[in-house]
Design a binder for this molecule. Sequence first.
Ligand code: F6R
Length: 606
Amino acid sequence: MCGIVGYVGMQDVTDVLIDGLQHLEYRGYDSAGIAVFEEGEIRVVKSRGRLTDLIQRMEEEGKPSGTCGIGHTRWATHGEPSDVNSHPHGNESISIVHNGIIENYMAVKAFLEEKGYVFESQTDTETIAKLLDYYYTGDPLKAIRSVLAKIHGSYALGIIFRDFPGKIFATRKDSPLIVGVGKGENFIASDVPAILKYTRDYYLLEQDEIAELTADSVTITDVNGDILSKELMTADWDMEAAEKGGYPHFMIKEINEQPTAIVNTISPRIEDGVPHFHLPNLPDDTFGRFKSVQIVACGTAMHAGMIGKYLIERMARLPVNVEIASEFRYRDLLLDKDDLVIVISQSGETADSLAALRAAKEVGAHTLAVVNVVGSSIAREADDVIYTYAGLEISVASTKAYTVQVAVMYLLAIKFALARGRMTEQESAEFCRTLFDISKSMEAMLKDTHECQYYASKFQNAHSLFFIGRGLDYALSLEGSLKLKEISYIHSEAYAAGELKHGTISLISQDVPVIAVATQTRIYEKTISNVKEVRARGAKVLLICKQDAVVDPEVADYILRIPVYDDIFMPLMTIVPLQLFAYYTTILRGCDVDKPRNLAKSVTVE
Ligand code: F6R
């Protein structure tokens, strides 16, 4: 995730910016840069790679000297990690740093190209810089407001104008930004750790408010230009807590980031209610050409693929096979150019998934990567790539990366359904609206986690536990079970509910509880029959079902009810309590949530 820091005061600005950016390194980045007022001019230094690469470049080119400037660490979204794509962007008179995603940047770019602007980078940020230049006629606030009226998406912006040395402008929408207040110095930052060394006092910028900073003053105005009087906040976190945004662990922070991650991932792809991916080798009108889809991935990413299978088969009536990458890579593949192979990977570096991708390419299948890390090996080698915009995931147990992979599966399912005449554009628009609505319901759900904490306390001492479900609920059970076992170390298995009686039910006893996921109305009664079977063997049961499900109180010991959506959307809602259950169980057992034993975030060995 990108990081922003800005400083105006008496200290050496380059030192303060680099120090601030160092404290944002934990967010992940692949390039960095600063823009500093030096003798009345804006001087920009930026570099692909780590902050050490930027420092080295400054040693070569001369360290910028001044007392006012902005800095940025970039986590690539639009365009590869490279010098030219690094922030700041702009020209000799305007320089900006940006966090977030501009959804309509293609349209804005086309508008500016028509006016004669030439673009150097592949970023969405450069369109904001050029749009600012287009609107700027000597009044920064006016220009910023004109830009805000034209762009859609999420943004936190730090801006400097050559005409206004010693001044920083900042604004935000759906991407955090704070204004740090010191004595004779002021700051902007995307996150508290960047400024904690210098001040604990800050203003929280709200949507589309604009801050104007000098060394001695901070003025914040609303969209109409009215000056606001805002409450000064005080950060009482230590550095570690600040990095986790005040949450005790990265995992719970990332669980809470899911609604935003979903919106960031889907909204740039939906145009007039229809998903568009703008893939160079897979144009929108060619999605109808495949005779089958093969999804390949590992672990959690494979579980997202399982959801994808159910969605695509149900919505587009296109056969989908899902396979673990370590198996797929050594199989005799019966695929050709009429088959689409989708490789899903958060890191884009998982050795088995990369090998599977190469194997698929070798037999001539078209390969599409769904990847979170821009410029990663899988992203580079696939014929096409759809990036998920989850931002950096630090917790080893994947949560938000999974959810956005699932979100992409929904968009792909719609795309195939449209291409195969199984859905109208009107239905697609309705479907997409529901996805946005779900992100809001998810946000509401995350506000009250007491119920999940309570159930975690009831199951924390289990030695072994089963998750059961059918269809989409089975796919979810696989992920719920993996989440629980990998961090709490409770042995757990996910089973297709109807399969238990073919042997495994002999393991069920009063010491082996069962979590039954039953959100699919069509097969609800079938799953309930399986729940009765395990209950009859003494298992303690937690039933997860829709809010409006009719449940015989005898069926389960505990019932967790989820807000109601059409069956097909339920995975996006149901995953949240499953993640929370794993998280709170782990806390109660005193295990290391973010760094479970024996595991690494990225598995680059076979
Ligand atoms: C579990 C988890 C792993 C990964 C798997 C694939 O929480 O994170 O199961 O999903 O190792 O990793 P990526 O998605 O990076 O290919």
